[in-house]
Ligand binder design. Structure first.
Ligand SMILES: NC(=O)c1ccc[n+]([C@@H]2O[C@H](COP(=O)([O-])OP(=O)(O)OC[C@H]3O[C@@H](n4cnc5c(N)ncnc54)[C@H](O)[C@@H]3O)[C@@H](O)[C@H]2O)c1
Length: 383
């Protein structure tokens, strides 16, 4: 059985270099390819600086730093990947480009080499279909920044060998990651179940119930989230976050539950992308973020309205077999730093509360975004 000591990484952008760092830190030899060789060199230089800071902070020794760098070799042709046991692709998010890359890779690597994609939004099954042997294909989805965020979603394609996910799970544990296994469905686990964190916050703002800083304050102070929805959207980038929302909406055949917000589209269109453009929902150019401390009843209403939708979507994902309860809860804690697993949160608040709160919202709005999962109802009855 492959021990996955020799790894190939294709695409040396922010994700590719992060994955290279993880693999080389775990002692693997990494061959790193980018079709823009200057980009690969630039990434390796920035890794050198990242590792230097880790040495300064006492997190790694300078010997370890040199080992990590020595384990990574930039290659200038894909043909050099002929002896690796696993290739992880992290190139631009484009189905056609990824598929032709995998087709090409298949002619280079050995017949036992595992081929994997780090895609955030494309179907693993559709990418795998470009191969003549798709049984060796799988999704290995890291979170940004990859060396910092523990979560890795492992997504078998419909055609993947049945044992492949377990093999990759073992490897991710060796790489000191927290692996979860997800069904190949839009958004996998995290990018699916976290949608209401953004969409319901935007909706509350759109209804003029509260401003950005009040909504953020409610989620942080009452919910214990590290960042509020608007701070987080500004951090991710409104363009990137909007694109993910739109992609999930389309992939679910326009289920109104996942409908993107016009407000976010407008912010992206205005170039108010967030921190990277110095302006998003907040203005980062001059002052610190203003925080309103509104009355407790309003703050609590905001928090509960967003939380109840998150819990509902997490339960629905479990109901539809996207992942186990444990993996869904781990995914949000280790991939997006939620203070608690959403299904566990539902248990604590009780599923009767989840059902009644959703039914009240549905009664008021008659919109699909508030439809309660069948499993929430079943669990509420059991309570
Ligand atoms: N950035 C994130 O937050 C994040 C998180 C998880 C997964 N992802 C996924 O990871 C992948 C890469 O994202 P990123 O943010 O690192 O992008 P990036 O733009 O930083 O890097 C992509 C790199 O791929 C290279 N590239 C493009 N086409 C190529 C080809 N045909 N062959 C070789 N190299 C090629 C580019 O030169 C670039 O260096 C995408 O599929 C993305 O969806 C991104």
């Amino acid at each position: 059985m492959a021990d996955f000591k020799n790894i190939g990484i294709v695409g040396a952008g922010s994700m590719g270099i992060g994955i290279a760092q993880i693999a080389s830190t775990a002692g693997c030899s990494v061959l790193l390819y980018d079709n823009n060789s200057a980009a690969a060199e630039k990434s390796l230089n920035s890794l050198d600086k990242v590792l230097f800071r880790l040495v300064e902070k006492g997190k790694i020794t300078s010997i370890k730093k040199e080992e990590i760098l020595a384990n990574i070799q930039i290659i200038n042709s894909l043909e050099k990947l002929n002896k690796v046991e696993l290739v992880i692709e992290a190139v631009i998010e484009n189905e056609g480009i990824k598929q032709s890359l995998f087709k090409n890779l298949e002619t280079i690597v050995s017949s036992s080499c595992v081929l994997a994609s780090n895609t955030s939004s494309l179907s693993i099954t559709a990418l795998g279909s470009s191969l003549s042997d798709p049984t060796r294909f799988i999704g290995i989805h890291f979170f940004n920044p990859a060396p910092v965020m523990p979560l890795v979603e492992i997504i078998p394609a419909l055609q993947s060998d049945t044992n492949l996910a377990i093999k990759i799970k073992k490897l991710m544990l060796k790489w000191h990651k927290t692996p979860v296994i997800a069904k190949d469905t839009p958004g996998f686990i995290v990018n699916r179940v976290v949608r209401p964190f953004y969409s319901e916050a935007l909706r509350i703002y759109e209804e003029q119930i509260a401003d950005f800083s009040t909504i953020d304050y409610a989620m942080k102070e009452i919910g214990g989230f590290k960042m509020g929805p608007f701070e987080l959207m500004d951090f991710i980038g409104n363009d990137v976050n909007y694109a993910v929302t739109e992609s999930v909406f389309k992939s679910f055949y326009y289920d109104p539950k996942y409908k993107p917000s016009i407000i976010q589209k407008q912010y992206a269109a205005a170039g108010w992308l967030g921190r990277k453009s110095s302006k998003g929902y907040y203005d980062y150019s001059n002052s610190t973020v203003k925080v309103d401390k509104e009355d407790q009843i309003l703050l609590n209403q905001i928090f509960e309205r967003i939380l109840v939708l998150l819990i509902n979507d997490a339960v629905e994902a479990f109901y539809l077999g996207v992942a186990s309860k444990e993996d869904i809860d781990l995914a949000v804690m280790k991939g997006v730093n939620y203070p608690k697993g959403l299904i566990q949160w539902g248990e604590e608040k009780t599923f009767s509360w989840v059902m009644n709160t959703l039914d009240d919202l549905y009664e008021k709005y008659h919109e699909d975004r508030y439809r309660c999962s069948k499993l929430v109802r079943d669990w509420a009855k059991k309570n």
